[in-house]
Write a protein that binds this ligand. Structure first.
Ligand SMILES: Cc1ncc(COP(=O)(O)O)c(C=O)c1O
Length: 370
């Protein structure tokens, strides 16, 4: 007997990048020799200011936190020039994506996203009985850039949510502000969700300011990347008060613990850590691009403004799963496009930008493949 509602009898789950312990155990490789390039984590670890604030907060564990994470909401509002009522905090952006799906798209209506995209968008849509529409034809398969005209044409009357990811995942490609505005203005009856999880690596302030201009826009950010707090689980959304009020109504009441709130507040003051992280990523992105020039069986998709990039496999006699497995044997973890991103198929890998020795390991391993 199965009690889950329709669509959940054969659920599909998010496939995360492999952990280092798995590769160490399976292939007998020392942990220190593994290049973990499949989860887009921070190579410099957690913000030290956030880590210290979490330690100091341990004496508050018996107290319920503010259900709207007010100290963090207020700090985010002050940092980015909004009112606290225009902010929602969540256990990573991922939780806010789930709230948006439920609050802004009735069952059987459409949620539009580029194809390929961050899988959580379509996995949550399907799990909640909404219809994901991946607009594969709007992605140029050479440059991986989004054709904004085709993307806008795909929006229909029952499209309730339209995703934009900037920089995009898995490609790292970038949309100019005028193109983001065109999409927002093309669908006044849909909520546009601008996911800026990786915006620090674009070395621009991003487009968070647009949230005060458009009532049909929510901008999402995470503490998992440039602040190095993926393990603490903090994300936030900025939007007009009516949008935030609807999200609060479906939010699990105490979704943010004391440690998340304290860590997030402190991280926003840790400019030194963010600066060092961005510098490492920008420098090593250029470095690894140079090194890809040595390879003739692989092509790096250039133009990434993120801390990862796509690699196209040019050799027709192999595929992404075979290359992924061969890299694992050599202590290099990446993402196999055919498993991790719907519609990307078996010609692509997604690889993180990380410390220079890891970049060398990746390129040397690719050069060494049979
Ligand atoms: C595009 C994109 N958005 C959102 C997230 C989720 O981040 P969080 O850790 O805040 O849930 C990720 C995580 O990898 C991502 O790639």
């Amino acid at each position: 007997m199965h009690y889950a509602h329709l669509g959940l009898e054969t659920p599909e789950y998010y496939v995360p990048g492999l952990p280092v312990d798995y590769v160490a155990d399976r292939y007998g490789i020392p942990l220190a020799d593994i290049a973990k390039l499949g989860s887009a984590e921070n190579p410099h670890g957690a913000s030290p200011l956030a880590a210290a604030a979490v330690q100091e907060c341990l004496d508050k564990l018996h107290l319920y936190p503010s259900w709207t994470a007010d100290p963090l909401r207020e700090k985010i509002a002050e940092t980015y020039g909004f009112n606290p009522e225009e902010i929602i905090c969540g256990a990573g952006e991922t939780e806010i994506l789930s709230l948006i799906t439920r609050a802004f798209c009735p069952p059987h209506n459409k949620i539009q996203m580029p194809g390929p995209c961050f899988p959580i968008y379509h996995l949550f849509a399907e799990a909640e009985g909404r219809t994901p529409v991946l607009v594969h034809e709007a992605t140029n398969r050479q440059s991986m850039e989004l054709d904004v005209d085709i993307y806008i044409e795909a929006i229909e009357a029952d499209t309730r949510i339209v995703y934009i990811t900037n920089p995009h995942s898995p490609s790292g490609t970038w949309l100019e502000e005028k193109d983001v505005r065109r999409i927002i203005e093309a669908c006044p009856n849909s909520l546009v969700v601008l996911d800026e999880a990786y915006v620090h690596y674009s070395d621009t302030p991003g487009y968070i300011h647009l949230a005060s201009e458009y009532e049909n826009l929510a901008v999402l950010r995470t503490f998992s990347k440039a602040f190095g707090l993926a393990g603490l689980r903090i994300g936030f959304g900025v939007a007009s008060k009516p949008v935030i009020d609807a999200l609060l109504a479906v939010k699990p009441t105490w979704n943010m613990g004391q440690l998340q709130i304290a860590g997030g507040v402190a991280a926003l003051d840790d400019e030194a850590h963010v600066k060092q992280t961005v510098q490492t990523i920008v420098q090593n992105r250029a470095y690894v691009q140079g090194r890809f020039g040595e390879l003739d069986r692989f092509r790096m998709i250039s133009g990434s403004r993120s801390n990862f990039f796509l690699v196209e496999i040019l050799d027709p006699d192999t595929n992404s799963t075979k290359v992924f497995q061969e890299l694992l044997k050599r202590g290099v973890i990446v993402k196999d496009g055919s498993i991790s991103f719907r519609g990307l198929h078996d010609r692509f890998l997604r690889c993180d930008v990380n410390l220079r020795p890891h970049m060398d390991r990746l390129v040397d391993a690719l050069a060494d493949l049979p």
